[in-house]
Design a protein. Structure first.
Length: 428
């Protein structure tokens, strides 16, 4: 015999099944919801009919109870679903809005961080540029100016290896400042605008700097491996911007270089001044002693130059000296050093020269001078030169001894009739 509590307990089973199906139905869309609701009474009836061991009266009671449970559970689940949809939808919408708001705030925060970093970087660059411009403006010579140029290129532009060229009055580029070893040469014909170059698996940036329509300087810079991660357009724009700040400083440096060069040259003849020669001679003596090399000194004096001034005037004498200076520079190598020693005296230093080769070069200078024609108005005159030679270390190991030996050889040439070359080694 079935316990008395079994029908009551069993009557709950259809309700639970119905509740589960109704709950599942409201969670599904469209036709799926319809079919799930349709099988609720069928499932409940099957569950109720499963208790076949019950008597007819109890089975009827059980089925009625099960039907009531199914109906009640369905109403409850349906009502709860409607209440949930009605009351929880605004909260879900609000939650979605809050999520989007947080996303917007996070994006704004990241933008502010990027803007702050960009502003800080721009501020640092501006401070560095101001420091450079201020330093260049206060510099009184090239020695004071060079460190500021170096700071601008290395710290502001970011190029550790570079060459800075300044243009002279003939627009020829002269190397004045450089960092780094084994760099490729800059183009022989500078570009009209900033340009990237690829040389031997390395990247170089060429920046011509102009002032008043003419090029005053050229920057030739080698890119570092760290720059590969940055866009070339960005690097080029920053370098161009900073180079524009250097224009006045570079123009000032160019003038300094020109003035320094002019201060080292004799204004009339275009060759070096005697003080510059004295310094160069001492430097060559130190080098020759350190490396056990030799060199020679020539003192050249124009014959009867006083007669030219007395006969044709000092203007004619100046023209002769100017052309003599040019002839002497053209008659020697670039490594040789020509200077005006006195009024009509010139001195030439020939580093690492063979004594026999020095004798031939001195004779070439004498012959060329003798063959030159000097014309003033209707007058044509000839100018000759006497030359004395001394050698290091044979005729002396210090400047005074070498110059004295060359001067003695010069006086010997004068005494022998002028227009000749005499080697000090031949008269001692």
């Amino acid at each position: 015999m079935m316990p008395s509590w079994t029908p009551a307990a069993a009557s709950l089973v259809p309700g639970l099944i119905a509740a589960s199906l109704v709950s599942l139905a409201f969670a599904k869309p469209g036709k799926m919801k319809f079919w799930l609701l349709a099988i609720v009474p069928i499932a409940s009836a099957l569950a109720a009919a499963g208790f076949v061991g019950l008597e007819a009266s109890r089975r009827f009671l059980f089925m009625a109870s099960a039907g009531a449970n199914v109906f009640g559970a369905s109403i409850f689940v349906y009502s709860f679903s409607r209440w949930k949809g009605k009351n929880l939808l605004p909260w879900a919408t609000r939650l979605e809005e809050l999520k989007k708001s947080l996303e917007r705030e996070e994006a704004e925060r990241l933008n502010l961080i990027r803007e702050s970093e960009s502003l800080e970087s721009e501020t640092q660059r501006s401070v560095k540029t101001y420091r450079v411009v201020k330093g260049l403006g206060e510099a009184l010579n090239w020695e004071e100016m060079a460190p500021h140029m170096d700071f601008a290129i290395q710290q502001c532009m970011g190029f550790k290896d570079y060459i800075l060229y300044l243009a002279d009055e003939n627009s020829a580029l002269q190397k004045v400042l450089f960092r780094g070893a084994r760099m490729a040469d800059a183009p022989e014909q500078p570009s009209s605008a900033s340009k990237w170059h690829a040389r031997s698996h390395e990247t170089y940036l060429e920046i011509p700097i102009r002032h008043g329509g003419r090029m005053i300087a050229l920057l030739w810079m080698r890119a570092s491996p760290a720059m590969a991660a940055r866009p070339k357009e960005e690097i080029l724009a920053e370098a161009d911007e900073i180079s524009e700040e250097l224009v006045m400083g570079l123009e000032k440096a160019r003038l300094f270089s020109s003035l320094e060069r002019l201060s080292r040259l004799d204004g009339l003849t275009g060759v070096h001044r005697r003080k510059v020669f004295d310094d160069r001679l001492l430097e060559e003596i130190r080098r020759a002693k350190a490396f056990r090399t030799n060199f020679s000194v020539l003192i050249c004096d124009l014959d009867h130059f006083k007669n030219i001034n007395d006969t044709y005037g000092h203007q004619a004498g100046d023209e002769v000296l100017k052309r003599v200076g040019r002839l002497m520079q053209e008659s020697v190598y670039e490594t040789d050093f020509v200077a005006r020693y006195g009024g009509e005296e010139f001195v030439i230093l020939l580093p690492q020269a063979d004594p026999k080769g020095v004798q031939r070069k001195a004779e070439t200078i004498r012959q060329r001078m003798e063959a030159e024609k000097f014309t003033f108005g209707w007058n044509e005159l000839k100018v000759t030169v006497s030359i004395g030679i001394s050698h290091f270390p044979g005729n002396g190991t210090d400047a005074a001894a070498l110059l004295a030996a060359a001067d003695s050889a010069l006086y010997a040439a004068k005494g022998a009739g002028r227009n000749r070359v005499v080697d000090a080694s031949q008269i001692w």
